[in-house]
Design a protein around this ligand. Structure first.
Ligand SMILES: NC(=O)c1ccc[n+]([C@@H]2O[C@H](COP(=O)([O-])OP(=O)(O)OC[C@H]3O[C@@H](n4cnc5c(N)ncnc54)[C@H](OP(=O)(O)O)[C@@H]3O)[C@@H](O)[C@H]2O)c1
Length: 284
């Protein structure tokens, strides 16, 4: 019997995609690990993983990769994991529209383009699509509203796609990931509040929160291999899974809290309560 195959986007060293590639190859899959820079995945070749360059925003790159995979598998693919993603953190009213649109291109629209490219291969093997989202798809974590909205949009599209692909026997799963100790925070642009920002007076309180300084110095998030193991288990489960939590930091309790209590907690953590006090004092 032919080895089952999986293609994963965004497998650069140190991230969740790299760990996913490792878990699947360790479990006997033929793995296509992709990244927009081959240099960042070269090391995976020595582990028996096929590496391919793929920029999920580039239709020519996508076409080339699909052709290569098709020729290597005989026109089939069992699992596609849309893992590539990025962050853009900013107070909403300081948002740069160009950067926000770029984030939606990567996190929301690219996964659909990737599915579109690989769908004939997935249909051929009654495959599974896994979209890596985040638990913030349903939580208003401050200063990352654009990112939260991108994951909410991805979850919505994932749910639609599941129904639209039902006649073709292709399953679609959304992973609501918790914190993963990857390169994600390092890859974020550092926020320096502009003098014109509403939040500038509170920059000493707020910038460390906006730049995740606590999490960077003492990460409490899950190791990528632990996360990858949970995703692997979801991928091979024989039942259709819709929204799967993966990650130690997933604050399930937050999702079930009354919204006013939840908002108070999130505002406290993000420095909003302290900032509110500061400007109240200033204005009285
Ligand atoms: N880390 C967390 O706490 C966390 C929590 C919830 C969800 N997630 C999600 O988990 C997924 C993996 O992220 P990660 O934590 O492993 O972060 P990461 O280490 O920054 O990895 C992100 C990957 O996406 C790739 N990427 C970005 N733009 C791309 C493009 N245009 N084409 C192809 N690849 C592109 C990056 O490539 P480059 O190396 O070239 O930039 C990198 O390989 C993302 O969807 C993220 O939103 C992460």
């Amino acid at each position: 019997m032919a080895r089952r195959s999986v293609l994963i986007t965004g497998c650069s060293q140190g991230g969740a995609g790299e760990a996913l590639a490792r878990i699947f190859v360790q479990n006997g899959f033929k793995v296509f690990a992709t990244a927009r820079s081959l240099r960042r995945i070269q090391h995976l070749e020595a582990e028996g993983i096929d590496i391919l360059e793929l920029n999920v925003l580039d239709s020519i790159s996508l076409e080339k990769t699909t052709e290569t995979v098709s020729s290597l598998t005989g026109g089939t693919l069992d699992i596609l994991i849309n893992n590539a993603g990025a962050g853009y953190m900013t107070p909403l009213l300081d948002m740069d529209l160009g950067k926000a649109c770029k984030l939606f291109d990567v996190n929301v629209f690219a996964p659909i383009s990737v599915v579109k490219a690989f769908i004939p291969l997935l249909i051929a093997n009654k495959g599974t699509i896994i979209n890596i989202g985040s638990y913030v798809d349903a939580l208003p974590v401050p200063w990352q509203g654009v990112y939260n909205a991108s994951k909410a949009a991805l979850r919505s599209l994932t749910d639609n796609l599941r129904l639209e692909l039902r006649p073709f026997n292709v399953d679609v799963v959304y992973i609501a990931a918790g914190g993963i100790r990857s390169k994600f925070l390092d890859n974020l642009e550092t926020i320096h509040l502009n003098k014109t920002s509403l939040y500038y007076p509170g920059r000493e309180i707020l910038e460390p929160k906006m730049n995740y300084e606590n999490e960077k110095s003492a990460p409490s998030s899950m190791l990528p291999m632990e996360f990858a193991q949970e995703v692997y288990e979801a991928a091979i489960a024989m039942v259709s899974l819709h929204r799967v939590y993966a990650g130690t930091q997933v604050p399930a309790a937050l999702s079930t809290m009354p919204p006013s209590e939840r908002d108070q907690l999130l505002a406290g953590r993000a420095g909003i309560a302290a900032f509110a006090e500061l400007i109240q004092k200033r204005d009285t």
